[in-house]
Design a protein around this ligand. Structure first.
Ligand SMILES: [Zn+2]
Length: 220
C-alpha cells in the first residue's frame, strides 16, 4: 500500500535536505502551566502553498487550498478552548520546509500538526492516514495520532487507513511530538467531491481538533 502515497511523499523527500534544525523543545508540565489550556501551544502546518500546489483533482481542486481551509477551521475550535494556535501559513503563499521547521521549532509547541491531502495512480484508493516519525518522540506522537485517528473516524466516517511510520522532514526535524495527517485522496472522485464541500471540511476540521484537544488534555 505504501506505493500509493509516493506523490505526496516524494515532494517531502526532495525538500528534506533543505530543512534546518531549530531550537524547538518538547513542552512539559512546567512550560504548559499545569491545568491551563493557555499553556497548550499547537502549530498547524497546512501543506504546500503558492507555487507548490500539492495534489489535485483533475487540476481543479488543489491540495494547498483544501488543507489551508481545513487548518483555518481547526484553529478557532482550539482557540475557543484557550489553547495558543499558530499556523505556518494563513494565505496561499509558498513556505519552504526550512521555514516550516524553523517556525515549529521556535514556537516550542505541545504538538505540531501538518495537514495534507493525498493522491495516487489508482482512483479507487480513499481514506485518511496519520503519520509519525521515528525520532525519539514517537511515543507522544503516536498517542496524539491515536486520538486524532479516533476522532477523525468518528467525525467523517471516512475509511481509516491507519497510523503509519514515515520520517517526513517536518516530523523528523521538529523536536516535539508531531503528526502528519493525510485527510483523504484527491485522486478518488468521491473523496475529492467530499473535500470540495465546506460541510465535509468542517467535519474533518472538527475531527482533527477533537483529537488534538484529547491529546492536549493529557498535557494540562
Ligand atoms: Zn501534501
Amino acid at each position: 500500500m505504501a506505493r500509493f502515497v509516493w506523490a505526496c511523499r516524494a515532494r517531502f523527500l526532495i525538500l528534506t535536505a533543505t530543512v534546518i534544525l531549530g531550537g524547538c523543545v518538547p513542552s512539559d508540565r512546567k512550560e504548559t502551566g499545569a491545568g491551563s489550556w493557555s499553556g497548550i501551544r499547537i502549530v498547524l502546518d497546512p501543506g504546500h502553498g503558492g507555487r507548490d500546489v500539492g495534489a489535485s483533482h483533475e487540476g481543479s481542486l488543489a491540495e494547498k487550498e483544501v488543507v489551508l481551509d481545513i487548518a483555518l477551521r481547526v484553529e478557532p475550535i482550539l482557540s475557543r478552548k484557550g489553547a495558543t494556535v499558530l499556523l505556518t501559513r494563513r494565505t496561499d503563499e509558498f513556505v519552504s520546509l526550512t521555514r516550516r521547521a524553523s517556525f515549529g521549532n521556535d514556537s516550542h509547541p505541545t504538538l505540531f500538526v501538518s495537514i495534507h491531502a493525498n493522491s495516487c495512480p489508482s482512483a479507487e484508493v480513499n481514506g485518511f492516514e496519520i503519520y509519525y516519525a521515528e525520532d525519539g518522540r514517537e511515543r507522544d506522537s503516536v498517542q496524539a495520532a491515536n486520538f486524532i485517528q479516533q476522532s477523525l473516524k468518528r467525525a467523517t466516517d471516512a475509511r481509516d487507513r491507519g497510523i503509519r511510520k514515515f520520517n517526513y522532514a517536518v516530523l523528523a526535524r521538529t523536536k516535539c511530538p508531531s503528526v502528519l495527517i493525510e485527510v483523504g485522496y484527491l485522486s478518488n472522485p468521491g473523496e475529492a467531491s467530499l473535500l470540495s464541500k465546506s460541510s465535509y471540511r468542517k467535519k474533518v476540521a472538527e475531527g482533527i481538533a477533537d483529537g488534538i484537544l484529547a491529546y492536549g488534555k493529557t498535557r494540562l
